[in-house]
Design a protein around this ligand. Structure first.
Ligand code: F6P
Length: 615
């Protein structure tokens, strides 16, 4: 049995996934490396923390703390090649109808294609259509934001409520929350999705209908939840505005592909913003589905966001696999899911504005990869997409991190952090970053029996205090959360889809580059602000120490009283760091070979130092 890669004239025959040479080689290789500890990998290769990083499109990925060797990567890239990833990517970008179940092109990338470019679907260049809708959205946003657009009674619109569900909700909510810093604070933005009436009731309870605009966002304009909420909104608005049906045109706009249904609802089609069947719901947030985002952050920021998407699209399309962020992240997800049997991936943003990012990513990855058959409808014999879940960082630390550190499962973690705070407040950001780095280090290196005993722990307590380490993680860093940066790590490309791409089971599109890297640490130490660095190093050490003792009460107490934690001792195997007592505080905290000496800092650290304005 063979799998077709691409469709139409460009399809190629492929062996089933588990019969491909690279897959079989990976199975053998897995048995050789599964017991290798990250402590040893770092000790044996002082350059690891430097080598295993990628920087692209304003993002920095540190993937050195994965349970991989150079051979693992070689085999994973070979798997991508044997699976025709390059031709699948080209097929998607060129508008081939790779969504075989719906016989559609998969072209969310066209939504951010710059003006003047050309992407042809069914003989027509679709880029001008995209820009015509963008211009219409811009015009509407300018009128609403300037107060020119008025409600039925002549009052300006102060409240905007997006009604939608799935891709017509999760993207807009996430983008609004993520980019709130850039939003118009004079207006209220809310989102209603659930058919549970409470969602609607709570969203409108303190709002004046005369100042409220609803955006009904639904690709099909038939989805039960959305239409139920839209009709309730219509009744709520009409009742307050004297029952005049003409008011609907002033208080409702639609985002949809279904003009007939929009008209039936009573919305003036002049106020309908269209998109196309080649945009999958979960990739639609930079189409007109992002109208609420544009109203909140303004057309300029929205276009900057599209530019970020486009840059990452181009990176994904053109970078060689070894330097390709989405490809690498997708392959690592396969490595853990299909070889380690890891079932889940934790997404842990150390950035409050990204609190809805894991929920957004869930639809992106799990709706995409939630299949048990290949493109030909054949049952697969291996796990497909992993479960994505997560919470903002430090909240998770007081909830589920115990299980990640000390439980029985392998849970790969993706940490996300930014060099600069959008709301600088005292030591908050330093503490936040100290936490994210400390967690990555503690997960990787753990705490051995010897270390626990050396702390004077009674024998009976030792097993409870040991942290095995060897828990894989990625750290993804950017200088600052901006519309471009948010977009660039997002669904532009293919982490989410790789499992199905490789299995020949791709049904719709490729998507999902949201990940990337560490790099920040040396910024803290290259700084001329030595005091600040020292303070942070001390804090890091305490946090690592308490992360690996699991003693958060102890940690809080120490932080409160300013008492230093016990010196974090590195395992003997970290020989590259031995014999430098003066720098112990710093290096013991940071732990990895990447910081084996001030002269050997990874390139990315300097990058973030620069971005953060530390040098
Ligand atoms: O049920 C999933 C789904 O089809 C998503 O793909 C889509 O984003 C969502 O429902 C909402 O659909 P619509 O935009 O047509 O209301």
């Amino acid at each position: 049995m063979v799998t077709a890669v691409g469709t139409g004239t460009k399809s190629q025959a492929l062996k089933p996934l588990t019969k491909r040479n690279a897959w079989k080689a990976l199975q053998i290789h897995y048995k050789e490396v599964r017991d290798l500890h990250l402590r040893k990998l770092f000790a044996d290769d002082p350059a690891r923390g430097q080598r295993m990083t990628i920087e692209a499109v304003g993002l920095f990925l540190d993937y050195s703390k994965n349970r991989i060797t150079d051979e693992t990567l070689k085999l994973l890239f070979r798997l991508a090649e044997e699976s025709g990833l390059a031709s699948r990517t080209a097929a998607m970008f060129s508008g081939e109808k790779i969504n075989v179940t719906e016989k559609r092109a998969v072209l969310h990338v066209a939504l951010r294609a710059p003006q003047g470019t050309s992407i042809v679907v069914d003989g027509e260049n679709i880029v001008p259509q995209v820009h015509a809708v963008l211009d219409k959205m811009t015009d509407f946003a300018n009128r609403l934001r300037s107060g020119e657009w008025k409600g039925h009674t002549g009052k300006p619109i102060r409240n905007v409520i997006n009604i939608g569900i799935g891709g017509s909700d999760l993207g807009p909510v996430m983008a609004y929350e993520a980019l709130k810093h850039y939003s118009d604070r004079a207006r209220t933005f809310r989102f209603v999705s659930n058919v549970d009436g409470t969602d609607f009731a709570e969203a409108v309870r303190d709002l004046d209908p005369a100042e409220t605009l609803f955006i009904v966002s639904s690709k099909t304009f038939t989805t039960l939840e959305t239409m139920t909420n839209a009709h309730t909104a219509r009744a709520w608005s009409l009742q307050a505005l004297g029952g005049d049906a003409k008011s609907v045109a002033k208080h409702f706009v639609a985002v949809s592909t279904n003009e007939a249904e929009v008209e039936k609802f009573g919305i003036d089609t002049a106020n309908m913003f269209g998109f196309w069947d080649w945009v999958g719901g979960r990739y639609s947030m930079d189409s007109a589905i992002g109208l609420s985002t544009m109203l909140a952050i303004g057309p300029e920021h929205f276009r900057a966001m599209l530019d970020g998407f486009h840059q990452m699209d181009e990176h994904f399309r053109t970078a060689p696999f070894e330097r390709n962020l989405p490809v690498l992240m997708g392959l690592l997800a396969i490595w853990y899911n299909d070889f380690f049997g890891a079932q889940t991936v934790a997404v842990l943003p150390y950035e409050q504005y990204l609190k809805r990012f894991p929920a957004y990513l869930q639809q992106l990855t799990m709706e995409s990869n939630g299949k048990h058959v290949t493109l030909e409808g054949k049952e697969v014999t291996y796990p497909t997409g992993p479960i994505y879940w997560g919470e903002p960082g430090t909240n998770g630390q007081h909830s589920f991190y115990q299980l990640i550190h000390q439980g029985t499962r392998v849970i790969p973690c993706d940490f996300i952090a930014f060099g600069q705070a959008l709301n600088p407040l005292g030591r908050h950001h330093d503490l936040l970053l100290a936490n994210v780095f400390a967690q990555g280090e503690a997960l990787a290196f753990g705490k051995t029996v010897e270390q626990v005993k050396a702390e004077g722990t009674p024998d009976w307590l030792v097993p409870h205090r040991v942290f095995e380490g060897n828990r894989p993680s990625n750290t993804i860093l950017a200088a600052r959360l901006t519309p471009e940066v948010l977009a660039s790590w997002w669904p532009s490309t293919s982490i989410a889809y790789l499992p199905r791409v490789l299995s020949g089971g791709l049904t719709r599109s490729t998507s999902g580059a949201w990940n990337l890297a560490r790099c920040w640490r040396s910024a803290l130490f290259r700084s001329s602000r030595a005091r600040k660095s020292l303070l942070l190093a001390t804090t890091l050490r305490r946090i690592i120490s308490s992360a690996t003792t699991g003693d958060s009460r102890n940690r809080r107490e120490k932080l409160r009283t300013g008492q230093r934690g016990p010196p974090a001792r590195r395992p003997a195997s970290w020989s590259h760091t031995a014999g430098r007592p003066k720098a112990l505080g710093r290096r013991a905290v940071l732990g990895s070979a990447a910081l084996s000496g001030p002269e050997k800092r990874p390139r990315g650290h300097a990058y973030l130092a620069r971005k953060r304005g530390f040098q």
